[in-house]
Structure formats: structure tokens, C-alpha cells
Design a binder for this molecule. Structure first.
Ligand SMILES: [Fe+2]
Ligand SMILES: [Fe+2]
Length: 310
């Protein structure tokens, strides 16, 4: 990228300080132990886990597994976030620490919940965690503008996926946990979104190019989980996270907030990127519509055949 990363971080620092203060004012302290039904706990040495024990089944289990293994990979995210923003002073470093500490709570509450309720095989979860952390998670670049763009979208996407996972589980305990985590992810998304708004004012063309590249190459951080494509397809069919949500609830609100299509005076390269983005969004909307139609048709067919079998 054609800009001085450290100069940008330093110029953004007062804004980041103000955003950190806003975050600290509105973020509510919470404790994982308050959310766990410990009365359900039994010793695993005396009563090992068996597949008939979970109350959650099928897609709900998959959604929790993906959610937890995604959160588990925090050491990699911390390394990347530090690479993207750690060259800034003061407020940037305070944010990195605070954000990391808050994210750590998500894996704690999810694993405690899943272990105490026996809703997922704890050995499978531990094997998954070992796999995730041993492979780590990486990105092609730790460029600051690319990083800001990615995390603004990713935190919002994670918020929605967690929220819908809780709802889909039809378990009030799980729903409350996911609502609580989603509230954190929402504040993270707002922080990064607003930091990027400030960056757009300083480096509009470079920021637009970074945003477009991140939209076009977007993948959820859980993409390294074994069987991820199959699992993501299951989550999409269940409406927990699909192309429609990605287009309507993640990309468009953030891009509109940044007024991407209203910015003036961009470089030719940024103009070109913006044109690419417009085409991409039209195509994505069309793919989302096709997926919804297919899903609705499959549902209707399944309902017909189950009615015929009754
Ligand atoms: Fe999280
Ligand atoms: Fe987050």
C-alpha cells in the first residue's frame, strides 16, 4: 500500500482514544460463571460423555462448535491485530489489550457451557481446539487499512452468527450466552467501523482500495476448521449465516455508513476498485436471491414429502 502506516496510526490516535473511552463507558462487565448452569455438571470420569446426552442436536451443535473453535483461535488474532495496529502508541495498544481480554471471555463461557451441559463431545472440542491453534490463523497482510476493513465486517458478521446461533438453539441458557457475546461483538464492530471512518477522511483512496479488497476476499475467521465448507453450508441452510445476511446485514450497512459510493476526489485506482465493488455487490445480491429460492423450494419439497408420509 502506498501510504505511511505508522503516520496513519499516529494521526488516528486521538480518534482511537475517544473510541476507546466510548467503549469503556458503554461496555458492561460480565462474568462467564453467571451464565453457566453448574447444577447440571457431573464428573466425566464416573459418567463419560455419550452421544445421547446433548440436548442440542444437528445444526445447533455445528453452530456452537464453529462459534467456539473460532473464538479459540484468539492467539492468532491477537498476533495479527498487533501487526495491524500495534505500531501506534497509547490508545491503540490500550485497545488491543482490552479487545483481546474481552474476546478471551467468549471462548471461556462457550466451553464452560458446552462442557457442563454435555451438549458437544468435550474430546471433539479439545481435538478441534488443538487443530485450530496448531494451524493458527493468518491473513495475507497486516496492512492497517486492510485490517480495519476486515475486522469491521468480521465483528459484525460474528455478532450476527452468534446471535442467530443462540436463537436457533431454542435453549434459553444458550440464547442468553450468545446474546451477551453478540453485544460485545457489536461494540467491537462499532469501534472498528468508526476508526475506519476516520481513516477514510485521512487516506480516502487507499482506504477505499483496502475496503474493496477485503469485501471481495472476505472469509470468516473459522474457515480453517475441519469440514468448514460443509459446516458453513449447514449454517446457511439454517439461516444462521447466509449470503443474504452477509449482503444485507453486514456489507451494505457498513459500506453505507462509510458513504463509499458518495466519496469524491478518489484516485483512478480507487475509482476502479469502487466500480468493481458495485459489480460484486450486484452479483452477490443475485447469488443470495438464488440461494434463498433454492432453500425455499427444498423446504417446500420436504414439507410435501413429510405430509405425504403422514
Ligand atoms: Fe468473540
Ligand atoms: Fe469481537
Amino acid at each position: 500500500m502506498d501510504y505511511d502506516q505508522r503516520a496513519l496510526l499516529l494521526e488516528l490516535e486521538p480518534t482511537v482514544g475517544a473510541l476507546y473511552d466510548r467503549h469503556a463507558r458503554v461496555a458492561q462487565e460480565w462474568f462467564p460463571h453467571d451464565f453457566i448452569p453448574y447444577r447440571l455438571g457431573r464428573d466425566f470420569d464416573r459418567e463419560p460423555w455419550t452421544p445421547d446426552q446433548p440436548r442440542l442436536t444437528g445444526v445447533a451443535q455445528v453452530a456452537f462448535e464453529v462459534g467456539l473453535l473460532t473464538e479459540d483461535n484468539l492467539p492468532s488474532y491477537h498476533r495479527l491485530i498487533h501487526g495491524m495496529f500495534g505500531n501506534g502508541d497509547g490508545a491503540w495498544l490500550s485497545w488491543i489489550g482490552r479487545w483481546t481480554a474481552e474476546e478471551g471471555r467468549h471462548a471461556i463461557v462457550l466451553r464452560d457451557y458446552l462442557t457442563v451441559t454435555r451438549n458437544i463431545d468435550p474430546v471433539l472440542l479439545e481435538h478441534g481446539r488443538m487443530h485450530q491453534l496448531s494451524n493458527g490463523y493468518d491473513r495475507p497482510t497486516t496492512d492497517t487499512l486492510h485490517g480495519l476493513a476486515y475486522v469491521a465486517f468480521q465483528e459484525l458478521a460474528t455478532r450476527i452468527a452468534h446471535r442467530n446461533t443462540g436463537r436457533y438453539s431454542e435453549d434459553p441458557v444458550a440464547d442468553k450466552i450468545m446474546l451477551r457475546i453478540a453485544a460485545d461483538e457489536n461494540l467491537h464492530a462499532l469501534f472498528y467501523r468508526d476508526a475506519m471512518t476516520a481513516a477514510l477522511a485521512i487516506q480516502p483512496s487507499q482506504a477505499v482500495i483496502a475496503i474493496v479488497e477485503e469485501v471481495l476476499g472476505f472469509d470468516m475467521p473459522g474457515a480453517g476448521i475441519p469440514g468448514y465448507l460443509r459446516k458453513a453450508a449447514q449454517l446457511a441452510r439454517a439461516g444462521i449465516f447466509d449470503l443474504r445476511i452477509h449482503h444485507d446485514e453486514v456489507l451494505m450497512p457498513v459500506l453505507n455508513q462509510w458513504r463509499i459510493f458518495e466519496l469524491d476526489g478518489l484516485s483512478p485506482a480507487a475509482e476502479e476498485a469502487r466500480t468493481k465493488l458495485a459489480t460484486y455487490l450486484v452479483d452477490l445480491d443475485a447469488s443470495a436471491r438464488r440461494f434463498e429460492e433454492r432453500r425455499a423450494a427444498n423446504l417446500a419439497r420436504n414439507q410435501e414429502s413429510s405430509a405425504a408420509n403422514d
